[in-house]
Design a protein around this ligand. Structure first.
Ligand SMILES: [Zn+2]
Length: 56
């Protein structure tokens, strides 16, 4: 793991396995074992994701 930045998952395509984060990042879920939840403390949170999450 190079980074432990936590992104907020906006949506996940179960058929393709692609995760879209609140900051617009698209990640293949097969490439990461990270559990991306904003409620987990102790991790660096992506500021763009947190801003987008609060703006909802
Ligand atoms: Zn993010």
């Amino acid at each position: 793991m190079a980074r432990d930045v936590m992104h907020v998952v906006a949506s996940k395509s179960w058929w393709s396995g692609t995760i879209t984060t609140a900051c617009g990042l698209k990640v293949d879920s097969s490439e990461t074992n990270s559990v991306w939840f904003p409620s987990l403390s102790g991790n660096i949170k992506c500021p763009a994701c947190m801003a987008a999450h609060k703006a909802r």
